[in-house]
Ligand binder design. Sequence first.
Ligand code: FMN
Length: 358
Amino acid sequence: MLYPWLRFILFRLSKKDPEHAHEIALKVLQLIGQYPWVLNRFTLYKDPILEQELFGLIFRNPVGLAGGFDKNAVAIRGLATLGFGFLEVGTVTRYAQEGNPKPRIFRFPKDKALINRMGFNNEGADGMLKQFQKTNRPSIPIGISIGKSKITPLDKAVEDYLYSFRTLHSYGSYFAINVSSPNTPGLRTLQEKNHLDILIVTLQNESKVLAGCAGIRRKPLLVKVSPDLSWQAIDEVLAVCSDRNVDGLIATNTTLSRDGLSTQTHEAGGLSGKPLQNRAREVVKYICDHTALPVIGVGGIFNAQDAFAMLKAGARLIQIYTGLIYEGPFVVSAMNKGLGRLMKEYRIKQIQEIAGSA
Ligand SMILES: Cc1cc2nc3c(=O)[nH]c(=O)nc-3n(C[C@H](O)[C@H](O)[C@H](O)COP(=O)(O)O)c2cc1C
């Protein structure tokens, strides 16, 4: 009830540059993080049916925050109080960088969509390290998304990823290898077989060494893919990921397609939200039908029904970004409540079907 008003004010205040709304939201979340008990009793929804262990990590529920919302891990405590089962911070790059000129986010409320061309604006791996060092970490898993700095040429990309991985190793519950953002020139080339293979092997080897030195389990490595890949290209990604024992995939990043966007626009960048929903779900289903690799499904999830459909397509966990912008902070607990109900109904139906056919 409250959020439509808040959204109205926020969208009004940030009409010229929607990034202002994002900056305000992060500031408020930082503040909330200092007093988590204020929100916790409204947002923390617990239900054993939502819990699972995956990649050796415990998830209290399957709803996570997608990469790109908290690029520097400045608001992880506040975000955790919204009831997320896990957070993904970043994408962080080796070097701090400003990203593309503003404005670089565009809202399309009629379509429940966003176009962004942020270009990995972030404080760099060392900046994120400082942030983690001074933050009292929430108890949920925190994934760190790593990417390539703009100034780094493609043939030196592996060193870039390696630097961020090493620097932040002890703080990430898992690491997402982002090779699918459309806003860093050349980045998506890293999804090609040979590039991806070298990148994964290098990070896997480093992961073993770092885990051995620290006497801990190897940190899970996941690959985030684009929805714009052909089925053949996805097959190649899957072959590399399976051969190299990647722990899972995240599908999908934003799309360059404008299908499903009713508003005319010439803004460049990646499209997210409702228009991405079908394609993201289709890609998740394809991956789950062709491999046993666990998938985190992301793209156009706005409510419990959308989340449930993504889980039915085969995803083990889901993430949201654009849904959080349009539906507001209470969408996380509402989604979990709804998911709990839908999962129970589904289980009962399955039991009835088995009993009926016996
Ligand atoms: C403004 C904005 C910035 C984003 N930045 C990143 C990023 O840095 N790293 C990343 O992996 N994905 C990034 N994404 C993509 C999201 O994580 C997600 O994959 C995509 O938006 C689809 O989900 P959604 O429809 O729920 O937004 C960004 C998305 C938006 C809207």
